[in-house]
Ligand binder design. Structure first.
Ligand code: COI
Length: 358
């Protein structure tokens, strides 16, 4: 099935930033996609228009009650100038899982995939080619009905914006230092922790601000009930290599089901590395650090890719991991994932979607 998505091209294309100065999420491309929802009409009239500010009623529900969801995925330019996206269907099914949790009407995933492809294609000249760069694609939905009563909005807007990016952390792929958060919590099972919704990130800002004041890049969240079991880092899932196995927190309802997390699990299993998805306590990690069996720690995420964790601070103890260098497994995962994503390696798992005209 094909969907009609008209494109209005900008008359004022912007100057593109230098590929070695991209950072993360600072520059936006020339176009964006918008599509609206109203009761009765459903999701309708997707269109690609020049990137521009939008006008919203100050009473729009998103401003007051945070009814909003988002996704993050990337498009890559290959050495022979093809355009690839990585597992976009997984992002779209997670978008609908977030929609269900936030009482937002689900979106047709085939239509949303077509919208993603057409929007990326419209700005394909913006996809950077330098190693470690990509086009970050941010689909999101906001509740637009102007009404202060607390009830699900009757109107929504879906948008896709895009940003050429380099590494998420200023450290690049060098190890980051992370503070284990003992005071604040991010989410509890039954809440919205497993949805990709703005409030989860807003709830984390205070802890992140305090940790960054002490020189840490991010916080590692512990569970909200026991303050003992590891959940995730602000913008990534976490993995630990202890002895001969790799452990990562199981999806327990309060952490995000990362697409990169899933890809890393599949690669590790394919390589025959023993992997455990289960409850992982911070005490277990500190013990493993003390007895010398904690060989590696790393985060995974679309923005972060595979980012080594060089130091974890917990209860005044600074645990240095892997001598502060990227571990061999994290490096292999990073090289393999980015190799598949950018077309350098074969796509054994069928993860890539190639874009083209039409
Ligand atoms: C992503 O990795 O795409 C994320 O959404 C993390 C982010 C909040 C920068």
């Amino acid at each position: 099935m094909t969907f009609e998505i008209p494109v209005e091209r900008t008359l004022q294309p912007k100057t593109k930033p230098a590929e070695d100065k991209l950072g993360f999420g600072k520059y936006f491309t020339d176009h964006m996609l918008i599509m609206d929802y109203e009761e009765g009409a459903g999701w309708h009239a997707p269109r690609i228009i020049p990137y521009q500010p939008i006008t919203l009623d100050p009473a729009a529900k998103v401003f007051h009650y945070g009814q909003t969801v988002f996704e993050g995925l990337k498009a890559y330019r290959t050495a022979d100038d093809k355009v690839l996206m990585f597992r976009p269907q997984m992002n779209l099914s997670r978008l609908n899982a977030s929609n269900r949790r936030l009482s937002i009407p689900e979106i047709d995933e085939a239509l949303a995939l077509e919208a993603l492809k057409k929007t990326v294609w419209a700005d394909r000249d913006w996809i950077p080619a330098a190693p470690g760069t990509s086009l970050y694609v941010r689909p999101f939905i906001i509740a637009t009905e102007p009404l202060l009563g607390v009830s699900p909005s009757l109107k929504y807007r879906f948008m896709i914006i895009m940003s050429p990016v380099g590494a998420y952390y200023s450290e690049g792929i060098n190890p980051v230092s992370i503070h284990v958060e003992a005071e604040y919590v991010r989410a509890v099972a039954g809440g919205v922790g497993e949805a990709k919704t703005a409030g989860n990130y807003a709830a984390g800002l205070k802890a992140q601000q305090e940790a960054s004041g002490r020189g840490y890049s991010q916080v590692l969240w512990l569970d909200g009930v026991h303050r003992e079991y590891i959940e995730e880092v602000g913008s990534m899932n976490v993995f630990f290599r202890i002895g001969d196995r790799v452990v990562t927190p199981a999806l327990n309802g309060s952490l995000l089901a990362g697409v990169t997390r899933d890809s890393v699990l599949k690669l590790l299993r394919h390589w025959g590395v023993p992997v455990e998805e289960r409850a992982v306590s911070i005490t277990e990690i500190a013990d493993a650090h003390r007895d010398g069996t904690l060989h590696e720690a790393f985060g995974t995420g679309t923005a972060a890719v595979v980012s080594p964790i060089g130091e974890l601070s917990w209860q005044g103890e600074a645990m240095t991991i892997g001598g502060g260098w990227m571990g061999e497994l994290a490096q292999r995962l990073y090289d393999t994932l980015t190799g598949i994503q950018t077309g350098r390696l074969a796509d054994e798992f069928g993860w890539r979607v190639e874009l083209g005209e039409g």
